[in-house]
Design a protein around this ligand. Structure first.
Ligand SMILES: [Zn+2]
Length: 298
């Protein structure tokens, strides 16, 4: 008799799991995009360029900040975590040192770049190592997608940095940004554009573009873990960032020849010596056109 009951129990449990499709159907699914310029201790190109003298050290700090966010997410109840390496070659995170509970998206190019892997199945987005947009005061290593070509980029008249642009891509899939870690100016810009509900972890304060007053990595990682956990506990307060279709992209390049290259693409109009614009009904079409123009402008 006992054997019949235990067999029935196992059968029922298997059916329930099969029906839900997931052992942790109610757990959080968290997406983490990891850049490098906004990591604590980082202030110079030698730290963020493969081959740079301090690169191996900074990629370790970057991996540790990603781990801190993963630990915070696990404490908040995350059961699925995807980390996207989002800087430069997108091969910065040391795979063997990443927390084993996360999956890692590594390498480049990727269709959605810094947001590769995001879709409507995620509950929240976390940004680690993010920096201020091109043309910021006291923004450590400030730039927008391409330091070599972008002076500014606006969508529907709103100037966006990488954090805000990537939040828009997340918003397309209905996923809100819960937390951003980076320098003070990057965090301020994110709050200004995405709203005050977003939780921020200010790991350093820029002193111009190439210096900072920074938390040491271990302290920054404690802060990131704590802020990630609290942001996910407040997930119901988080807002999906969106603008209204059609999406008008205005790009100002650093040099006129870059606009000259971009205007060769059908649908792209030259709007000034260094400027082009284009309009797309679908945000992802617009995002991919923006990135294609950056490739052309190099
Ligand atoms: Zn970067």
């Amino acid at each position: 008799m006992r054997k019949i009951f235990s067999t029935l129990f196992v059968l029922t449990l298997s059916l329930m799991l099969f029906a839900s499709g997931n052992l942790y159907a109610d757990g959080l699914k968290v997406y983490i995009s990891v850049d490098m310029e906004g990591v604590a201790g980082v202030v110079h190109g030698d730290q963020v360029s493969a081959g740079g003298s301090d690169y191996s050290l900074a990629r370790r700090w970057t991996t540790e900040e990603a781990n801190a966010a993963i630990e915070g997410a696990l404490e908040a109840g995350a059961t699925e975590i995807v980390v996207n390496d989002s800087h430069g070659s997108m091969r910065n995170i040391i795979a063997s040192d990443l927390h084993p509970e996360a999956r890692l998206i590594t390498g480049s190019p990727k269709p959605l770049s810094m947001m590769e892997g995001i879709d409507e199945t995620f509950d929240a987005i976390i940004f680690i190592g993010y920096h201020a947009r091109a043309g910021s005061i006291d923004g450590v290593l400030d730039h927008t997608y391409s330091g070599a070509s972008v002076y500014s980029v606006k969508v529907n008249g709103v100037e966006l940095g990488e954090g805000e642009m990537n939040a828009l891509v997340g918003g397309y899939y209905g996923v809100p940004v819960a937390m951003i870690a980076g320098d003070e100016e990057a965090c301020r810009q994110a709050r200004e554009t995405l709203g005050d509900q977003i939780v921020t972890a200010e790991v350093k304060k820029g002193i111009g573009r190439y210096a900072a007053n920074t938390l040491v990595p271990s302290k920054a990682q404690e802060l990131i873990k704590e802020k990630t956990r609290t942001s996910l506990e407040q997930l119901s307060d988080m807002e999906v960032f969106s603008l209204t279709s059609p999406y008008v992209f205005d790009i100002d390049f650093l040099r006129s020849c870059q606009a000259q290259g971009a205007e060769l693409v059908p649908g792209v109009e030259r709007s000034g010596p260094r400027s082009v614009n284009f309009t797309k009904d679908d945000l992802i079409d617009g995002f991919q056109m923006f990135r294609a123009l950056l490739v052309l402008s190099r």
